[in-house]
Every structure is written in C-alpha cells, then in structure tokens.
Ligand binder design. Structure first.
Ligand SMILES: Cc1cc2nc3c(=O)[nH]c(=O)nc-3n(C[C@H](O)[C@H](O)[C@H](O)COP(=O)(O)OP(=O)(O)OC[C@H]3O[C@@H](n4cnc5c(N)ncnc54)[C@H](O)[C@@H]3O)c2cc1C
Length: 383
C-alpha cells in the first residue's frame, strides 16, 4: 500500500486525540507527525481551581515529547504557513508535506481588543492564572470582578466556575462577608449555549451564593490603574481585582491559508469536520459548527478531542478503504467545580437530530472525583 502522510497542526486536546487515534488505527507505514510550538502544553481546565490554590502548577502540563513512545513524530516548531495548493506546511524547522492535514491550532487571545486588560488579571492561560492566584492569596476585602469581552470564548462554564471557586475560597478564609463577587457577560444568560434550563439553574446557583451576575454587557476597557472596567453600554464598575476573559480569534496562519473563507472561524462540514479543501480537516477551537439561533458547538477540550478521534477514523477509513464513521454527533461533557470537593457536569449531545440535548447536573463529590480522574488521564495521554 502507498504510504500516506498525516500531519497534525497543534498539540492541544484536538491534535493529540487525532494523532493517538490515527496511530492506533493505521499501520506504521503511514507516518503521523504532530507539530506544535510548545513542547509542554497545559490543561487550562485546572485554572479555576488553581487560582484559589487547589491545583499544583507542576501538574498542569504534559510533554508532547512523550508521543514518540506511541509512534508519533513530534516536531517542536512554529507553523509559519499552510500551503494547501502544494499540500505543504512551512515551519521554523522546515517544510512538511502531507496527504491528510488536520488543523487543530486552537484560538489565540487578542488582549489588545480590550485596552488595559493585559495589565489586569485573568485565568485564561497559566501565567495570568498564576498572577491571579498570587493576588487572591493576599486578598482581604473588596470587590472581585470577572468580565467577559465577547463570545465565543473557551469553556463557557469557566467564568462561573472561577466565581464559584473564589466564593468557596473567600468563605474558607472567613472573609466572604467583607467581599463581593460580580460576573459580567455579553450573553443574555449564563452558559446560554447549554440551553435555557441549564442557564436558569446556573443563574440560581450563583444567586444563592451571593455572586452578582450582570448580563448583556461586554467589557471594552480596563482603566484607572486596573481598578475600573468599562462596558459596551457606557457603564463602568470599580473593583479591587478585575479579571477578564479575552477576545478569542482564529490564528492568523489559518486566515492566511484561506481556510476561514473570510469568516471569523473555520467553517467545516458538520458531519466530517472537513474544510472546503479535500482531506484538510479543522477541529476544536479553530472551527465553527453552528447549532442554529446563533449558537455553535462550545469551544472546549472535550469537543476538540471528540472531533480529533472522529477525524482520525475518517482518515483511516479513506486510507484503508473501509466504511467511514457515522456523522459527528457533537457530544461531550465539561466539569464545573463549585468547591474543592464538589463538581457539576454539563453537556450532552449538541447535534442530536431533534436539537441539542444538554443538561447541567448538580455538583457532587463523585463529580469531583471524576474531574480528578479526567485530569490524571489527560496527563497520561489517555485523552
Ligand atoms: C480557564 C479555562 C478552563 C477550561 N476548562 C475546560 C474544561 O473543564 N473542559 C474542557 O473540555 N475544556 C476546557 N477549556 C477549554 C479547552 O482548554 C480548549 O477548548 C481546548 O484546549 C481546545 O483544544 P484545541 O486542540 O482546539 O486547541 P488548543 O488546546 O488550544 O491547542 C492548540 C495548539 O496549537 C498550538 N499552536 C497554535 N498556533 C501555532 C503555530 N503557529 N505554530 C505552532 N503551534 C501553534 C498551540 O501551542 C497549542 O498547543 C478551558 C479553557 C480555559 C481557558
């Protein structure tokens, strides 16, 4: 059989799941190469707990170098361009030709879109989360504000999970009565993508914990020495600690490859996750899979991983000339920790034939144990 080259761009959730699955389904004559600028990638899902000291920074990463043990070639380099006409990817470590390309480059953050947000706090990458953790460890009283700039953003539950964890932490420190927690979001309801029932339950859970939620406003600037957030409706909120969720954008290298077709994210065939180019797939945060009513499959690691596995099966079926997998079903579940010992679960089947079937299940101790197993499995490359 002719050897076919599979090249995977990005070693986050989606890229690793693609490479692992493709390697397990295909004979070794078909090389699988994964390219990422970072040798060590991080599990951002730990950040909401990390900011209150409930996760160990040293356990947030995994080294892509370990993929070699699984027969996957890892290349640490910057991807500088994707040439779909000549089926080649150019990187700082040279050019790579492909027969099948999987673009899993995630979303990049545009801190400049909200002036001042780069000087404020966040929890959207390890560095900003560590800075927020240091600040919260010194916090004694006052207002903590979490403000979202614009949808879509990674992990729709994350701002609320972080607020829940801060609430729990301040109570533990005995200073909750001396503090306020406010969350602002541009959407009309929290975690709106999960549907009205989940949104109503979450709004209720926030209210019961005294966490103030303001909807329908986007943070547009952080000013006054990082002590004031300005909003799209002309209002502003002063706070002692301001953490923002940055504007997310598709990586420029994907735009330059004309894979977005002038759209904000990469459109794909919802059944196969293939782009407008044959045998070029886009998975995870980099793509958009509409659900109707302005909603789309959430940008979350579980979906990126599920899409990676699906695409790998499609590629294997094309190479081995076997039956392709059934259409991608958009299923996945995310954790939403309410405390150090209790986690809820939100998710379901987003592409079900009779519309998204999504549910928010109450926080439980077994939910937290399952979240901990997920983190361990991620570190061991089981996800
Ligand atoms: C605070 C927070 C909490 C979250 N919680 C959860 C959760 O509980 N559950 C969940 O499922 N998801 C969660 N997520 C979301 C999850 O992290 C992302 O949705 C997921 O990582 C997307 O996977 P991906 O493979 O599409 O992209 P990524 O994981 O972002 O991977 C993209 C990779 O591409 C590489 N890359 C990009 N451009 C280049 C280039 N030009 N050259 C070389 N390499 C490049 C990057 O280095 C990166 O490793 C959370 C995110 C945040 C921020």
């Amino acid at each position: 059989m002719t050897s076919r080259k599979i090249v995977v761009l990005g070693g986050g959730f989606g890229g690793v799941a693609t490479a692992r699955t493709a390697r397990s389904l295909l004979p070794s004559e078909h090389p699988v190469t994964l390219i990422d600028r970072n040798r060590v990638t991080r599990l951002c899902g730990m950040n909401p707990m990390l900011v209150v000291g409930e996760r160990d920074v040293r356990k947030t990463g995994r080294s892509l170098g370990q993929l070699a043990n699984r027969g996957i070639k890892f290349v640490e380099s910057d991807i500088t361009s994707i040439d779909t006409a000549s089926r080649r990817v150019n990187t700082t470590a040279g050019a790579f030709e492909y027969d099948f390309l999987v673009v899993a480059l995630g979303a990049s953050y545009d801190w400049g879109a909200v002036p001042g947000s780069d000087l404020a706090y966040s929890f959207y990458d390890l560095e900003t989360a560590r800075r927020l953790r240091r600040r919260l460890s010194r916090f004694k009283r006052g207002r903590i504000l979490i403000s979202v700039a614009a949808p879509p953003y990674k992990c729709p539950p994350a701002p609320f999970e972080t607020a829940m964890m801060i609430h729990w932490f301040l109570r533990k420190q005995g200073i909750r009565r001396d503090s306020e927690i406010v969350v602002t979001i541009p959407e009309p309801a929290p975690m709106a993508v999960a549907g009205p029932d989940a949104a109503a339950r979450l709004a209720d859970d926030l209210e019961r914990r005294g966490i103030e939620l303001r909807t329908g406003i986007s943070v547009t600037a952080v000013s006054a020495g990082s002590m004031e957030a300005e909003y799209s409706d002309g209002s502003s909120i002063a706070a002692d600690v301001i953490a923002t969720v940055p504007v997310h954008r598709v990586p420029q290298v994907v735009v330059d490859a004309r894979l977005t077709g002038g759209k904000p994210w990469t459109p794909v065939n919802a059944c196969t996750l293939e782009t407008s180019m044959q045998n070029v797939f886009a998975i995870g945060d980099v793509n958009v899979i509409p659900l109707g009513e302005g909603r789309a499959i959430p940008k979350a690691g579980v979906f990126a991983a599920g899409q990676g596995e699906h695409v790998a099966r499609t590629i294997a079926s094309r190479i081995l000339e076997t039956q392709p997998p059934a259409s991608y079903d958009g299923s996945g579940e995310c954790y939403l920790a309410y405390s150090a010992t209790q986690s809820a679960l939100v998710g379901g089947e987003f592409l079900a034939s009779d519309g998204p079937q999504v549910e928010l299940r109450p926080p439980t101790a077994s939910g937290m144990r399952s979240k901990e197993r997920f983190e361990k499995d991620w570190r061991r490359f089981r996800i």
